[in-house]
Design a protein around this ligand. Structure first.
Ligand code: ZN
Ligand code: ZN
Length: 121
């Protein structure tokens, strides 16, 4: 989905360990949502109130900005854990370590990224 002018933190909708649903705007669990009531449609945490779908778009509050950044960091932390887990797994393979395109890899590593991370491109 394209979200023009609306930079949702990656993985915002699947913060690990959360089963009750995550607010689409502040990325907190629904029960801890910090979004204010929209003065136009009276909704809480509706992205359309902020992305210009309705006019005028609302601005993010301080609490929302902080909560969204916390979510971004949590996602980055989970990504780091996955990467470290892959490194441990790869080391355990010893001299037999080889990766082939399309090969099933553990957890989130089932991508072609480990074949050629190329982080300095
Ligand atoms: Zn919210
Ligand atoms: Zn609204």
């Amino acid at each position: 989905m394209i979200r023009s002018g609306w930079n949702m933190p990656p993985g915002c909708f699947s913060v690990p360990g959360d089963e009750e649903g995550v607010c689409e705007v502040c990325c907190k669990p629904a029960s801890a949502c910090v979004c204010p009531e929209c003065p136009i449609c009276r909704e809480y945490g509706n992205p359309k109130c902020y992305d210009g779908s309705y006019q005028p778009p609302l601005r993010l509050s301080r609490e929302q900005i902080l909560a969204r950044q916390e979510a971004r960091i949590e996602v980055a932390r989970q990504t780091l854990l996955d990467e470290e887990r892959f490194l441990d797994w790869a080391k355990d393979q010893g001299d037999g370590l080889t990766l082939y395109e399309g090969e099933d890899l553990p957890s989130a590593l089932n991508t072609s990224l480990p074949l050629n991370p190329d982080p300095f491109k």
